[in-house]
Design a binder for this molecule. Sequence first.
Ligand SMILES: Cc1cc2nc3c(=O)[nH]c(=O)nc-3n(C[C@H](O)[C@H](O)[C@H](O)COP(=O)(O)OP(=O)(O)OC[C@H]3O[C@@H](n4cnc5c(N)ncnc54)[C@H](O)[C@@H]3O)c2cc1C
Length: 389
Amino acid sequence: MTGRVVIVGGGAIGSSIAYWLTCEPWPGEVVVIERDPTYARASSALSASAIRQQFSTPVNIAIGRHGFEFLRRAGELLAVAGERAEIGLVERGYLFLASPAGMPALADNHRVQREQGADVELLSPAALGERFPWLSTAGIGAASLGRSGEGWFDGYGLLRAFRRKAGAQGARYLAAAMVGAERTGRRVDAVRLDDGQRVGCDLLVNAGGAWAASIGAMLDIDLPVRARARSVFVIDAAEPLPGCPLVIDTSGVWLRPEGRHYLTGVSPPPERDPDDPPLEVDHALFEELVWPALAARVPSLERLRLVNAWAGYYEYNTFDQNGLVGLHPDLDNAIFAVGFSGHGIQQSPAVGRAVAELIRHGRYLTLDLSPLGLERLRDGHPLVERNVV
Ligand SMILES: Cc1cc2nc3c(=O)[nH]c(=O)nc-3n(C[C@H](O)[C@H](O)[C@H](O)COP(=O)(O)OP(=O)(O)OC[C@H]3O[C@@H](n4cnc5c(N)ncnc54)[C@H](O)[C@@H]3O)c2cc1C
């Protein structure tokens, strides 16, 4: 296709699509509609920004591997006028801890990961204790540790770098909110903005993150994507934790270093996880779940100090907690890239590239993202990912 591509949402996903699409000259125009250029509430700016290969489905593993390769080279790929992009990539593995009951699932996931070429090793409790002497192995049956190709980075830095590079390559950002759409049958003709503008489109991309369902509603499309609040707590550890990876405890609590501090959090239990709540830190979650679990797993963290906290939204796909990527089956000229459910920033490089291929060539060339297609909603076939954090 050619003509005007209108991307609604200029977070990491929308800006990555704009970047990839403008890497080669585009016969038309690439317009990104982003209502908040400060990104104060955007998930990409509030993310824990970690990347892994330890998923249970081949497509997510492949996306993680592609993403890490991109991040290794992001400094040069996203440089503008000779100035390298700074994304602060730290290569350090995820450490998934499993209880004895969780061992079969861990072993299954490990087998799939190895088949996909992921560099992940299984550790016994004894090996774990030797490797990380500050960690209690009580209640652990086995663990899996990424040896390479996993880690964390500056998510806000990546978003800014995508945006800056896309702009330098010709994408045009409009600081306005989409408030309506014009649709004729299976086609979206135009979007309407809160400043009164009408922007005609040959192709529309919904990259609205936690607000994707409201963009869907403007197109008369019902999307199972809801905002779910996630709190991140910044702590000071009483003692150093040498070589600390990104630990996923059996309780679901996660922990990773960030400079001289550590970040931690947990997904709230379902009865405390409403749809579309206010964006507020859940301090009770820290007291009741996070701290006790940390102190049990890392005894010196009994004496931690909470220094800061923030909250952001997961763009939670209530159908199967995986990205929904591709042409919408009810529309001829609308692509959705939504619903990443807490693993979207690491998926932004691969999703941006794949969606740009879909737009330019009508099919995926480098990475086949068809397992993430929206047909699975219509057909009632969830893509089950067991490793959702
Ligand atoms: C606390 C937390 C921890 C996380 N940890 C990780 C992690 O470790 N690893 C990982 O991969 N992912 C993680 N995630 C998830 C990840 O941050 C998101 O999946 C990703 O940032 C989604 O990017 P996005 O561009 O789709 O959404 P966003 O960054 O939210 O961008 C969407 C944009 O759309 C704009 N928008 C919406 N509606 C409209 C409209 N009508 N008009 C104009 N603009 C509109 C918004 O202003 C927003 O800027 C985490 C998220 C949170 C909150």
